[in-house]
Write a protein that binds this ligand. Structure first.
Ligand code: GDP
Length: 301
């Protein structure tokens, strides 16, 4: 997996540069503080964390009044890191446990990068010598199973699918987990459908997939895939999914093309679960574990 710091520095570094330029100019006017606030809001940090950060910085400036960019940089690093919360457990349950495979359910709205994330995650696990089975439980989009199967072939893992459009997603998920047991796999990753326009239908479907999987195997991870570029809209989606399933971690995709890295803080606060992985491009190696220190470092620059 590629380094988070180097991949994010280009898009997110701009936030830190803007803030540091303001902070190290000495006595800040009300207007300057508004600029600091606007910069943080533009990065999708959210109102509450922005207020907390600005209050903390104002306090530091009033006590110290430094114009030393290195000192300001250190403050910003510490305050941002606190908001990103390095104490959350970001480990991924992806190893065989109690003589059964780990089961990872991947949920999210279509277009967020769910299928791509399943493929990239399989690649990471295979690179770590794990045997993986993929389940194509997004049976509503004709191309979805084909897309997942292509990823499976690329990564060298089997994909369990139905050849029938509109097949029961829970049945496919069940078959994938069954195959995982038979093959004594380390992990089964199940891709699901994400048609958010029909909220009740989606929630019922996810609940059924979950119920049916749990007849054979506990679910170890439910990863919610969110597109970092969708801002508040993504947060609204997250809440809907959190009502349907017990989310254990978030994968924030498309962080490569956006300076809206602040969404990490907003997502974690909204769901009270950690961002565990980030998508940094469309290629097979463009998935990275989320490391708070590296992330904040990339923002502060
Ligand atoms: P799904 O409908 O949620 O399964 O979404 P897909 O996996 O089909 O991805 C939708 C589009 O987003 C595709 O063009 C992917 O290549 C692209 N994509 C997925 N993840 C990332 C990422 O981390 N960065 C970028 N730039 N594009 C991504």
């Amino acid at each position: 997996m590629r380094s988070l710091r180097s991949r994010l520095a280009r898009s997110n570094g701009a936030i830190g540069k803007g803030l540091l330029a303001l902070l190290s100019q000495g006595s800040l006017t009300e207007e300057d503080w508004e600029d600091v606030e606007d910069t943080l809001l533009a990065a999708d940090l959210g109102m509450e964390p922005t207020t907390e950060l600005v209050d903390s910085l104002r306090e530091r400036v009033s006590v110290d009044g430094t114009t030393d960019p290195e000192v300001a940089k250190d403050w910003l690093y510490q305050d941002l890191l606190k908001l990103v919360d390095p104490t959350m457990d970001r480990g991924l349950a992806a190893s065989r446990v109690d003589g059964r495979p780990a089961c990872i359910l991947v949920v999210g709205v279509n277009g967020t990068g769910k299928t791509t994330t399943v493929g990239k995650l399989a690649r990471v696990l295979v690179a770590n010598d794990r045997d993986v089975v993929l389940g194509a439980a997004d049976t509503f989009r004709a191309a979805a199973a084909d897309q997942l199967e292509t990823w499976g072939a690329r990564v060298g893992v089997p994909t369990i699918r139905s050849d029938r459009d509109g097949a029961d997603p829970a049945a496919v998920a069940f078959d994938a987990v069954k195959a995982g047991h038979e093959m004594e796999s380390d992990a089964v990753i199940v891709d699901t459908a994400g048609r958010l326009h029909n909220k009740v239908g989606l929630m019922d479907e996810l609940a059924k997939v979950k119920r049916v999987i749990e007849k054979q195997n506990p679910i170890d991870e439910v990863l919610l895939v969110l597109d970092a570029t969708t801002g508040q809209n993504g947060l609204a989606q997250a809440k809907v999914f959190a009502e349907a399933v017990n989310i254990t971690g978030v994968v924030l995709t498309k962080l490569d093309g956006t300076a809206k890295g602040g969404i990490v803080v907003a997502v974690q606060r909204t769901l009270d679960v950690p961002v565990k992985l980030v998508g940094l491009g469309e290629g097979p190696d463009d998935l990275a574990p989320f490391v708070p220190e590296a992330f904040v470092d990339a923002i502060v620059g």
